[in-house]
Design a protein around this ligand. Sequence first.
Ligand code: NAP
Length: 293
Amino acid sequence: MQLIDGKKISLQLQEDIANEVKQLLASGLKQPHLAAILVGNDGGSETYVASKIKACERVGFKSTLIRLPEYVTEEKLLNAVYDLNNNQDVDGFIVQLPLPRHINEHKIIEAIKPSKDVDGFHPLNVGRMVLNLPCYVSATPYGIVHLLEKYNIETSGKHCVVIGRSHIVGSPMSILLAKNTALGNCTVTLCHSKTENLISHTLKADIIICALGSPEFLRAHMIKDGAVVIDVGTTRVESIDSKSGYKLKGDVKFDEVAPKCSYITPVPGGVGPMTIASLIKNTMLAAKKEIYK
Ligand code: NAP
């Protein structure tokens, strides 16, 4: 079994981008700038946004955090999005999800200018991704594809089971891996909560991507020997062993599943850091206007 070290690959990617930033600045171009809108004080969202800002500092990007209260109106949030759309200095921005229930998430995402949508959630970017056109690919699936590539994991002709069909992880992941591209050509089965006899699918899978948000859901008896297991899940569970009072649990029962795998990602230190690196990569593409000229 080989552990896929997402933290290491993420730092390598960020180092490459830091070098690119130095070159940009040396050639007289402006510093890439990522902004984030954070609504409310959800602990998980605070942590994710803080990691994104830290990554910006690491690679030499400028970053701006716009905090809005939990009870902000949809109109005010839309105005904050329009301001960033029109701000010439901002190359890309994200609206940290989830949003409070009174806000229509789709409406907010559709308001983001596609050329600044570095999370890759806007329908135009999703559509372009499906059609194999230049776009921002959403950060988590993009990070996973990068990990598979770095570890030379063969995808062509393999059977991949994706568990979870969300718009931000499972669905784009299933599309990317089924594409007629170098890192694709898998036969993909997309499973969800209505899938019957899920184990009959996972037992046949060469690659399993677990993105359902159910701690330790995937057990050893559900996979075949030598499978590649990518754990996207990050659920906060209470823990007296950690200073923060919680720890992150993946969707895979790691100790039990790892010995049967050929490759596996840990939680933390697997997919999570790659999501951040992909966001930074998308922002660099935005700064260089490589996707939308
Ligand atoms: P989500 O929007 O809640 O979607 C969960 C998906 O899992 C749904 O499609 C749901 O099916 C499916 N599902 C739930 N229970 C199931 C079961 N028992 N069997 C089969 N499918 C089941 O979640 P998400 O936003 O994709 O996130 C999934 C996990 O990834 C969460 O733990 C999240 O924190 C984590 N995450 C991590 C990163 C990272 O960077 N590491 C990034 C994003 C998300 P239905 O569609 O039928 O409801």
